[in-house]
Design a protein around this ligand. Structure first.
Ligand code: KG4
Ligand code: ZN
Length: 340
């Protein structure tokens, strides 16, 4: 019987300070998340400097909590995993420095993880049978990618956003209609009371790349609509705007995903990232997959938004391949997913 591998994982790429203990890549023994959302709300978005300072304040506490929730000691760990990109450089550095210090002091190997690889790997936690190859839609605050997962750690990005990420569009539109930050969950909730057919917003096609996305035109269309209502002194129905905007985003995300799944012949389709917790997106994709005989995988909402369990899962497959990082590991804010 093979030895169990325990990984202590750390995530600090944006506004969540998180640590987790994961066994053999799929069993989460603890998952501690300190969310800074309340701190950033009054500024209408993440303030990088505040995020870094709060990470410094919380990181040791969160790591200790993850070990104690798992009822384990640092010496029981086989690797220390950490997100080293992409993300906010100051925020990433806090996690990377903490991981390097722990690894140096304990002699436990260090494994750096790509944040998006973490999001994709979140699907392995609750779907024990899921194995590559499959197609994955990654939609978060900073990324909108359609990715072919050829194997563990082997990715091909077949579609990406040309401008705003899907989550960014949710956040900007929510701010414009007065719902506040973070916009995604607020639009999700407001849209339930609205009519998605009330206002027609454009669905952008990027001419030369059939699976690429563009959300900045949609965002401008919503802003133009709000301005024209204001000029005409017409009452704005927030729920209708939220539902109509959400429908426009989902039509494009689901449309591109299903076309790619059919063209490439994938029978397994997964979603990942903060926007993947959107209730309407999940419903539409579930139905579309059912209709096409594709198995639909999705993490629970807590594993969609930023967390360290997903980093521990991704790290396990890297660790098994022999990946180890030195103490020269640095934060890479624009780290690419594909390795050439
Ligand atoms: O993955 P994540 O936690 O952080 C990044 O790596 O960016 O994603 C955060 C994004 C935010 O833009 C947030 O508004 C969006 O995910 N989000 C949602 C929902 N929950 C979070 N978007 C739509 N519907 C939701 N229910
Ligand atoms: Zn993320």
């Amino acid at each position: 019987m093979e030895k169990d591998i325990y990984i202590l994982a750390i995530e600090s790429s944006c506004d969540e300070t998180a640590a987790a203990v994961v066994k053999n890549g799929r069993d989460v023994h603890s998952n501690v998340i300190y969310s800074q959302i309340a701190l950033h709300t009054e500024y209408g978005g993440v303030v990088p400097e505040i995020a870094s300072r709060k990470h410094i304040e919380k990181i040791n506490q969160v790591i200790e909590q993850a070990l104690s929730d798992a009822e384990m000691k640092l010496k029981d760990m086989d690797a220390i995993a950490v997100t080293y990109g992409p993300g906010l450089v100051g925020a990433l550095l806090v996690g990377v420095s903490a991981a390097k210090a722990i690894s140096f002091a304990s002699g436990i190997p260090l494994v750096g993880v790509h944040h998006i690889e973490g999001h994709i790997s979140a699907n392995y936690i609750e779907n024990k049978d899921l194995e590559p190859p499959f197609l994955c839609l990654v939609v978060s605050g900073g990324h909108s990618h359609l990715v072919v997962v050829h194997d563990y750690g082997e990715y091909e990005v077949i579609g990406r956003t040309r401008d705003d990420a899907a989550g960014e569009a949710f956040d900007k539109v929510a701010r414009a209609i007065g719902l506040g930050y973070p916009g995604g969950p607020k639009i999700d909730k407001a849209a339930k009371e609205g009519n998605p057919q009330a206002i027609y917003f454009p669905r952008a096609k990027v001419g030369d790349a059939e699976y690429d996305f563009s959300f900045s035109g949609l965002k401008s269309a919503v802003l133009n609509y709000l301005n024209s209502c204001k000029m005409k002194e017409e009452q704005i129905n927030t729920a209708d705007v939220a539902a109509s905007f959400q429908k426009a985003v989902i039509d494009v995300l689901a449309g591109h995903s299903m076309e790619a799944a059919l063209k490439y012949g994938y029978k397994k389709f997964a979603i990942a990232g903060g926007v993947a917790s959107n209730s309407s997106l999940r419903k539409v994709l579930k139905e579309a997959c059912q209709e096409k005989g594709i198995t639909f995988y999705h993490p629970s909402p807590v594993y969609c938004t930023d967390n360290a369990a997903m980093i521990g899962t991704a790290a396990y497959y890297e660790y098994q391949k022999g990946v180890r990082h030195g103490f020269d590991l640095n934060a890479v804010p624009n780290l690419k997913l594909e390795r050439v």
